[in-house]
Design a protein around this ligand. Structure first.
Ligand code: F3S
Length: 283
């Protein structure tokens, strides 16, 4: 059996950097260590870190109740008020916000200061988008669908700055920007989509179109893994979505000679390697 492993499978640059940051903090020996939200959407990674003493804070209230320790900010980033809150409390903050997300924070902060209202193309409930909104000093809006773009209105004298959630689909971003551009506002558009997601999806699609079976590895709550699964399933009926090797129930059949493997941005290499090794040895 031949295996094709996607080069883009697994942690993106920002997630790798955030996980490395947590390991560095563990090594430093300074405790207690917290992450604000799970560092990646992968239960295995989070559990392993918990075993090494890293606690996950899930709410702002939990964060506010801290008296001491180190809080690591994950790749998604946070709003300005959280930095202020930690600063006021004198809690040590280690910032693992992905530089691409940090760049968006700076854009919306600067453009807001110049008097532009901010429109984010993305999912309003996503922590990255919530964090970006936390850097907008004036009004900010979020648009995710064609319908929302069509219904979007602000005062005609207002100026607008449009940015995107880093993981938004580029074609959809273009379509939504086009709808809003027709409304006649003074607009500047900054495409802040990160290429890592697009490259991963393009490669997964290409591999899935060539293989007899496709394995997508990633956490069940990882939206980018779910998206990868959908893309692959369209190309290859025999697509499996697994969180780890235990979930894999790949049926052997003489017709399966070529297997593709890809993984979401929150899947550690160790799990991808285990799956790859298993498929190689077993079949
Ligand atoms: Fe950063 Fe792009 Fe990953 S924005 S966290 S490198 S998907």
């Amino acid at each position: 059996m031949e295996i094709k492993l996607a080069k883009t499978a697994g942690f993106c640059f920002g997630v790798q950097r955030a996980v490395d940051t947590v390991h560095e903090q563990i090594k430093s020996g300074l405790t207690p260590i917290y992450t604000y939200g799970p560092i990646v959407h992968n239960e295995t990674v989070v559990k392993e870190l918990e075993e090494q003493g890293v606690c996950v804070l899930n709410t702002k209230e939990e964060l506010a109740s801290l008296e001491q320790g180190t809080v690591i900010i994950r790749a998604h980033g946070i709003g300005k008020e959280i930095y202020d809150l930690l600063g006021k409390k004198g809690i040590n903050l280690v910032d693992a916000t992905c530089p691409f997300v940090r760049k968006i924070h700076r854009i919306v902060e600067q453009e807001g200061a110049k008097g532009r209202q901010i429109l984010i193309i993305g999912n309003a409930k996503h922590p990255e988008v919530e964090g970006i909104r936390g850097w907008c000093s004036g009004p900010s809006y979020v648009v995710e669908s064609v319908e929302e773009a069509q219904n979007f209105t602000i005062n005609s004298s207002e100026k607008l700055c449009i940015v995107s959630q880093t993981t938004f689909n580029y074609n959809k971003f273009k379509d939504l920007v086009e709808i809003i551009s027709k409304k006649g506002y003074d607009i500047i558009v900054l495409n802040t989509i990160c290429s890592a997601t697009e490259e991963r999806q393009t490669e997964a699609k290409e591999i899935a179109s060539q293989v007899d079976a496709m394995i997508v590895v990633g956490g069940s709550h990882s939206s980018n893994t779910q998206k990868l699964f959908e893309i692959c399933k369209k190309e290859c009926e025999n697509t499996y979505y697994i969180q780890s090797l235990e979930d894999l129930d790949l049926k052997t059949s003489p017709s399966i000679r070529y297997v593709g493997i890809t993984a979401g941005a929150s899947t550690p290499n160790k799990i991808i390697e285990e799956v790859q090794k298993h498929v190689r040895v077993k079949f």
